[in-house]
Design a protein around this ligand. Structure first.
Ligand SMILES: [Zn+2]
Ligand SMILES: [Zn+2]
Length: 170
C-alpha cells in the first residue's frame, strides 16, 4: 500500500482527498501514516536525495511505498541549461519518494499538478520510466506543461504499474 508520511503539518481533509486520488490512480490502498521529523542538521532548501534516506521512524511493511510530504523547498536540480525547481524525487524501484508542496500554500491550491507529481514519483517506485504521452503522469516533469495535466496514467503505464503491484503482492 501507499503510505503518505507528512514532514510538516498538512490539512487532514486535503490529505484524505490526496489519498483517494492515489488510490484511484494505482488501485492500491493509500493512507496517511502519520508524521516524521526532518533530520536535525538538514536545512531548507532540502536535499531531496539525502532526505529520502535520512528520515527515521517510518513504520512500513515490505512492498509498501512511502511518500514523504513536505511544505519546504527542495534544492533546485542542476540541468545542463541551468537550474530547475525540484517538486519531487524517487529512487527508481525502491520504497521511498518525496514531494514538496512549495511554493504553494497547501495541497489544494495546486491540487492537480501536485497530485500529478505524486503519481510520477510513486510511478518510479513501481519501476515506471518516463513516457512519451504528454497526458500521462510519467511524462518528463520538468516540461512546462506538466503541472497543467490531470493526475492520470496512460493505458500502458497504468497496466505496467498494476502488473508490478500484483507481482509485489504474490
Ligand atoms: Zn521522473
Ligand atoms: Zn505513460
Amino acid at each position: 500500500m501507499i503510505r503518505v508520511v507528512t514532514l510538516d503539518p498538512i490539512d487532514d481533509k486535503q490529505l484524505a482527498k490526496f489519498n483517494r486520488t492515489l488510490y484511484t490512480a494505482f488501485g492500491v490502498g493509500s493512507e496517511h501514516s502519520g508524521s516524521a521529523e526532518i533530520p536535525a542538521g538538514m536545512s531548507e532548501p532540502l536535499d531531496a536525495e539525502k532526505l529520502v534516506d535520512a528520515v527515521k521512524g517510518i513504520r512500513a511493511y515490505t512492498d509498501d511505498k512511502v511518500l514523504l510530504l513536505t511544505t519546504r523547498k527542495l534544492k533546485d536540480r542542476e540541468l545542463p541549461s541551468g537550474t530547475a525547481p525540484t517538486v519531487g524525487f524517487a529512487r527508481q524501484g525502491k520504497d521511498r519518494a518525496v514531494l514538496s508542496i512549495h511554493p504553494h500554500k497547501d495541497l489544494e491550491s495546486a491540487y492537480k499538478g501536485l497530485a500529478r507529481h505524486a503519481l510520477h514519483q510513486l510511478g518510479h517506485l513501481w519501476e515506471l520510466h518516463h513516457c512519451l504521452d504528454p497526458r500521462c503522469s510519467m511524462y518528463p516533469p520538468w516540461t512546462p506543461s506538466f503541472s497543467q495535466g490531470e493526475p492520470i496514467f496512460c493505458t500502458f503505464c497504468r497496466e505496467k504499474s498494476e502488473q508490478k503491484i500484483r507481482l509485489a503482492k504474490s
